[in-house]
Write a protein that binds this ligand. Structure first.
Ligand code: NPG
Length: 368
């Protein structure tokens, strides 16, 4: 496929409610979309970077710059672009994985539409629907937290992830366990808010039968995670630390984690995400699909990925209305605690231009 035009579009979309993590509170989402147009096909990609570099070093304006200045011009110089070659083409540029992922996804969408194949089938999905989990932000009070969980469980969510931070951890988890009982599938996400010094404190979570604790320590401290994992009964899962299949293998081999969160944006694309899935399967480590407050574009891709066979832990795969009053594609709805995996070619979603335009803050077109 020859790419004729690239479009970079920024959106500002309000969240249905504030989302608080250990690095701040979000009330809206600044989103970057990439649209690629070839001779007979077009494709969409979504960049998951946040507006401020708190989760990782990437941020949305930086990704836009990288895509505009280096990735798209290089892509447009190719006579034939195939999704399988994109990561190699971009390899000379260090890091910038979220920027690369957005472009690769647009190539995948456009090319798979030409091939008449869904992303799910292409990646090797074995499911037609995905069980839903929801990530719940930190609340001001325990009562608010319990009320939110009541609401999500009533909707049908099958697994709860609680964001925790020092001071709002053990007692919150205890309250949730006491209120909802031992059968609730529950896990916690620390977003790197602790250090190895907190090992004894974090071991107090062991009594609550959590599925996992996610990224307790700074992303660069993988050996500290290995030491922590030896002191906890709760399985340690890594998110921010896992940047590639190579890193995933090393982290597992040194015992830094026994479960892996896969987010395509964090690792540079859906093909690298699949490679991580495969490495983990080979090493007997289960994976689950993370989320980054995606619109229907990224959500469609995550559903396709989450259908791979080693996604045996329920992920942050939630319905569109978890974050959006109105989605820019047809909304993903949860039925009996599951969302259907799109089956149409490519991402299998249609972008609603009128909704898109309403949330758009800038559009830039780059021609070959
Ligand atoms: O369901 O899309 C979702 C959100 C899942 O909690 C979620 N994402 O660290 O995994 C994370 C977290 C996140 C939130 C990351 C905000 C970055 C910013």
């Amino acid at each position: 496929m020859k790419i004729r035009e690239g479009e970079l579009r920024r959106l500002r979309m309000p969240l249905v409610g504030p989302f608080r993590t250990s690095f701040g509170t979000q009330t809206e989402r600044d989103i970057l979309l990439v649209k690629l147009t070839g001779e007979d096909s077009e494709g969409w990609g979504e960049c998951v970077a946040m507006d401020v570099p708190l989760y990782s070093s990437e941020f949305v304006a930086g990704c836009e710059h990288v895509i505009r200045t280096w990735l798209l011009p290089l892509l447009m110089r190719q006579d034939d672009v195939q999704p399988e070659a994109v990561s190699e083409l971009f390899a000379p540029f260090a890091g910038n994985r979220m920027a690369k992922e957005a472009v690769e996804l647009a190539v995948l969408d456009a090319e798979l539409k030409r091939r008449g194949q869904s992303l799910a089938a292409y990646l090797g999905s074995v499911c037609d629907r995905i069980p839903c989990g929801v990530s719940v932000g930190i609340t001001d009070t325990t009562e608010q937290l319990l009320a939110q969980l009541e609401g999500y469980l009533a909707q049908g969510y099958q697994r709860i992830k609680l964001k925790i931070e020092p001071g709002l951890d053990v007692e919150r988890v205890r309250a949730v366990r006491e209120h909802f009982g031992p059968d609730l599938r529950l896990q916690v996400d620390a977003n790197a808010a602790y250090t190895l010094e907190d090992a004894d404190h974090l071991a107090r979570l062991d009594e609550f039968g959590l599925i996992l604790i996610e990224q307790p320590i700074h992303e660069e401290e993988v050996w500290a995670h290995a030491k922590l994992a030896r002191r906890l009964r709760t399985p340690v899962c890594l998110d921010e630390s896992i940047l590639s299949a190579r890193v995933a293998r090393e982290c597992i081999e040194i015992g830094a984690c026994s479960i892996v969160n896969i987010k395509a944006g964090r690792v540079g694309g859906y093909l690298e995400a699949k490679r991580i899935h495969d490495v983990c399967a080979e090493l007997g480590v289960p994976v689950w699909c993370g989320g980054m407050l995606e619109t229907g574009i990224g959500r469609a891709a995550n559903l396709a990925l989450a259908g791979l066979p080693n996604f045996t832990i329920i992920g942050d795969v939630s319905a569109s209305n978890r974050f959006w009053r109105e989605d820019i594609t047809e909304p993903f709805e949860m039925v009996d605690g599951h969302i259907a995996v799109p089956t149409e070619p490519g991402l299998g979603v249609t972008v609603r231009q009128e909704v898109l335009d309403r949330y758009t803050t800038s559009v830039e077109r780059i021609r070959a």
